[in-house]
Design a protein around this ligand. Structure first.
Ligand SMILES: [Zn+2]
Ligand SMILES: [Zn+2]
Length: 419
């Protein structure tokens, strides 16, 4: 029986990993410039953590989480996002006792049981960034600036930044009842999910992807009209800072981001290139989540980047020119092969990337092999060369060949490779 990967779970093959690595290294480089430090959190958490943090009636918690009981009956979940875990770790290890502001990032797989489609998997990867301890709006604008700088340095410039404010819990009460009133006129036209959302959490209707629901929400009251003075001021300052930093943005009053914990600033980065899955990153402020977790009241803001979607954009524009080994040794005959085998290990010790074929193939086959690996040079050694004490070194780009003495060949290759 041949096995296949589980539906919605995908292998990332060696040819694809280069793009992933470049993306992640560039993210680490840029985050470092802004003073962020990496944190690594477990894939499994108690199911309760997400139910409380993300909200019982969100789609993520009610429909999409991978949950199970372990052998002792503990109710566990595979993380569907990273923020709740980071806050859990922050409180558990009392990180708040150190510096007043913590800038953290993490990256890795997340799990949601959604219908797999282009740009959406059940195991997907996120880069997650959080600033804990600053109420903004300077932090908010800096965070947004940083994410746009990352995309720009990856060559992704054709992006749209959407921002919104969800206010504070005080603003949300009146807004919720106004929204409920508005929805009452359309009850029968809403999709069954939204009819339920209307009662439990009417704000979630903004997240619905059903055409008729989107149509209805076009004229719905917006949160921005219900902001208290402080929240309105916070949002205005955010806009001012973004303008000072020379950033283009769209105020999108329908941007709710699907999670219960957001307060004030929310934002999303969208691309015109990926169709329905057009959001490549998004996030927002969650000033009350720490207290919800029984930690010390601490304001915070964060975002997550959907790595698969960014990779899809990057793969479209990556230039060819694959990296290959510094040297391929084409050895002919057992004696030459044995000598080459030892050279190979010596050269690797000197930091040279080199390869050979252990299957005793002919010269033609070995040259093809070297070509396929994109080797920069090939050293050809057979019985004649061994007897003479010199091999033939071929530069694969210029096709030039010359003789090199075998007793110093390792040093010669090291000299060529390191310049
Ligand atoms: Zn407010
Ligand atoms: Zn709906």
């Amino acid at each position: 029986m041949q096995y296949k990967a589980v539906r919605g779970f995908k292998d990332i093959l060696p040819d694809q990993v280069g793009t992933w690595t470049r993306f992640e290294q560039e993210a680490k480089r840029i985050f470092g410039l802004f003073g962020y430090r990496e944190i690594r959190i477990p894939i499994l958490e108690s199911m309760e953590l997400f139910a409380r943090g993300i909200g019982e009636d969100t789609d993520i918690v009610s429909k999409e989480m991978y949950t199970f009981r372990d052998r002792r009956g503990n109710h566990l979940a595979m993380r569907p996002e990273a923020t709740a875990s980071i806050l859990r770790a922050f409180i558990e290890h009392k990180l708040y006792k150190g510096s007043p502001v913590h800038k953290l990032y993490t990256m890795g797989p997340m799990f949601r049981y959604e219908r797999p489609q282009k740009g959406r998997r059940r195991q997907f990867h996120q880069i997650d960034v959080e600033i804990i301890g600053d109420p903004g709006p300077r932090s908010d604008s800096e965070l947004i600036y940083m994410i746009m700088q990352l995309f720009s340095s990856l060559g992704l410039d054709d992006l749209e930044l959407h921002i919104n404010s969800l206010g504070c819990p005080t603003d949300r009460g009146p807004f919720r009842s106004k929204l409920k009133d508005y929805l009452k006129d359309y009850t029968s036209q809403l999709c069954p999910d939204c009819q339920e959302r209307m009662e439990t959490n009417p704000l979630r209707v903004f997240d619905c992807k059903v055409d008729r629901c989107i149509e209805i929400m076009k004229d719905a009251p917006t949160m921005l009209d219900f902001l208290c003075e402080d929240c309105a001021q916070h949002f205005k300052q955010l806009e001012d800072y973004l303008t000072q930093l020379g950033m283009d943005y769209v105020v999108n009053s329908h941007l709710m981001r699907g999670l219960d914990y957001y307060t004030r600033t929310t934002f999303e980065v969208q691309t015109p290139e990926l169709g329905a899955q057009n959001a490549i990153a998004g996030g927002g402020r969650y000033d009350n989540l720490m207290a919800d977790f029984d930690g010390p009241a601490t304001p915070a803001i964060g975002f997550a980047i959907g790595q698969e979607r960014v990779i899809e954009l990057l793969e479209g524009r990556e230039e060819a020119g694959e990296q290959g080994p510094d040297l391929f040794v084409a050895a002919l005959g057992t004696d030459a092969e044995d000598r080459a085998f030892v050279w190979l290990q010596e050269m690797r010790k000197k930091g040279i990337w080199c390869e050979m074929d252990y299957r005793s193939s002919g010269l033609k086959a070995q040259m093809r092999h070297a070509d396929r690996l994109h080797a920069k040079r090939v050293l050809i050694v057979g019985d004649d060369e061994l007897a003479k004490g010199s091999g033939i070194l071929r530069d694969m780009s210029t096709k030039e060949q010359r003789e090199v003495p075998l007793d110093t060949v390792v040093d010669e290759i090291a000299r060529l490779s390191h310049r």
